[in-house]
Design a protein around this ligand. Structure first.
Ligand code: ISE
Length: 336
C-alpha cells in the first residue's frame, strides 16, 4: 500500500485526494498540507480524517509518507518538489512543473544529482484514451509520417485574472507537452510563432484572445493551436494529424445525439475537469503502480523543463510577433 501525502488542498488537490483515497488501487492518503487551515481540514475530511500539516517540509519528512503529490499553484511547485527529491521520495506534481524554465532546470539538476527518477509531471493528456488511440495509429506507420497537426483548445470563458501569457503557460502548455509525444519518438520543438487574430468581443479588458500558436518540430512537423478561451459554447479540444497517407483525428467525448424540434444536436463538454476526468484516474493509477515497481511513466522533469522553455519562447513570440527558437541543449542521457 503506497502511503501518500498531498501538498496543496485547492480544487485539484481535493479532487486528487478523493481519487487517490477511493479510486486508485494500493494507495492511501495519510496526510494533507495547506497554508490555509480550512482548506487542509476540508481535504482531510474528504478522505476520512488524516494528519494535517501547514508546512510542506514537515509533511515530506513524515516517515509515514512514502510519496508526495504536489497540487499547489504552479509558481509554488519548486520547493516541495526539491524537498521530495532531497528526501528520496517519489513526487507527482500537477502541471506545469514550475512556471519558469530556470526553476524547472533546478529540479532537473537535483533529480539527476540524486541518480533516481523521482519526479512525474501531471500532463494528463498522455493518459487520455483518445490521444493514446491516435498515438497507436500513428505508430502503426499505416498512414506515413505526420506532416501537419491542427488543434483547437477552446474554453467557454475564463476568469478576469486570466492573462495573455496564461494562454501559453496554463492552457497551450498541454499541447506543448502532448504533441511531441503524440507524433513520434524523440520529437522536439524547434521554433514557434504567435499570430493574433482580431480580438473577440467576449474577452475581458487586456486579454488577447483568440491566439494562433504555430510550432514546428526539429523534424519539420508544423503544429497549429487555436487557443480560444472565450468561445462561449463549451470546452472543445480537437487534434487532427495530417500524415502522408491519411488523416487521424482525436475522437471527441461521446454524447447522445438528440433529434428534436427539427434539429439534431450533440453536447460539448463543459470544462476541462469533466473532459479529462478519466485521464486523471489512469494517470494517477499509473503513477502509483510505477512508484511501487520503482519504474517511471508519464512526463518527466525533463519534459516539464522542455515544456517551460517552449512556453518561454511562445511568450516571447506573443510580444515580438517574430519566430522564436526553442533551445533545450538536447535531452541528457539520464532522461533518454
Ligand atoms: C487548466 O489548468 C487545465 O489544465 C486545462 O486543461 C486547461 O484547458 C485550462 O486552460 C487550464 O487552466
Amino acid at each position: 500500500m503506497l502511503k501518500v501525502g498531498i501538498i496543496g488542498c485547492g480544487m485539484i488537490g481535493k479532487e486528487h485526494a478523493k481519487r487517490l483515497q477511493y479510486k486508485i488501487r494500493d494507495c492511501e492518503v495519510v496526510a494533507v498540507c495547506d497554508k490555509f487551515p480550512e482548506s487542509a481540514k476540508a481535504a482531510s475530511d474528504l478522505v476520512g480524517g488524516v494528519k494535517i500539516y501547514d508546512d510542506a517540509a514537515a509533511l515530506i519528512a513524515d516517515p509515514e509518507v512514502d510519496a508526495v503529490v504536489v497540487t499547489t499553484p504552479g509558481n509554488l511547485h519548486k520547493e516541495p518538489v526539491l524537498l521530495s527529491i532531497k528526501a528520496g521520495k517519489p513526487v507527482f506534481t500537477e502541471k506545469p512543473l514550475t512556471t519558469t524554465a530556470a526553476d524547472c532546470k533546478e529540479i532537473v539538476d537535483a533529480e539527476m544529482a540524486s541518480g533516481r527518477h523521482l519526479v512525474q509531471v501531471g500532463f494528463m493528456r498522455r493518459y487520455d484514451r483518445g490521444y493514446r488511440q491516435v498515438k497507436e495509429l500513428l505508430e502503426s506507420g499505416k498512414y506515413g509520417a505526420p506532416l501537419i497537426v491542427k488543434c483547437t483548445h477552446r474554453a467557454e470563458g475564463v476568469a478576469d485574472d486570466y492573462t495573455t501569457e496564461m494562454a501559453v503557460t496554463d492552457t497551450a502548455i498541454h499541447e506543448i507537452d502532448v504533441l511531441p509525444w503524440l507524433i513520434g519518438e524523440g520529437e522536439e520543438w524547434d521554433e514557434v510563432q504567435v499570430i493574433m487574430p482580431r480580438n473577440t468581443k467576449n474577452a475581458h479588458e487586456g486579454l488577447k484572445d483568440p491566439q494562433m500558436m504555430i510550432m514546428k518540430t526539429k523534424s519539420g512537423v508544423v503544429c497549429m493551436v487555436e487557443v480560444n478561451v472565450n468561445c462561449g459554447f463549451g470546452y472543445d479540444i480537437n487534434c487532427e494529424v495530417v500524415c502522408e497517407d491519411g488523416v487521424v483525428n482525436l475522437p471527441c467525448p461521446s454524447f447522445p445525439t438528440v433529434r428534436s424540434n427539427f434539429e439534431v444536436s450533440t453536447a460539448i463538454e463543459k470544462n476541462w475537469i469533466l473532459r479529462f476526468i478519466d485521464s486523471y484516474d489512469v494517470e494517477l493509477q499509473d503513477w502509483v503502480d510505477n512508484v511501487q515497481k520503482g519504474t517511471t511513466g508519464g512526463s518527466s522533469a525533463w519534459d516539464g523543463y522542455a515544456a517551460a522553455l517552449t512556453a518561454d519562447a511562445l511568450v516571447a513570440a506573443q510580444k515580438s510577433g517574430r519566430i522564436e527558437k526553442v533551445v533545450t541543449g538536447g535531452v541528457p542521457e539520464f532522461y533518454k
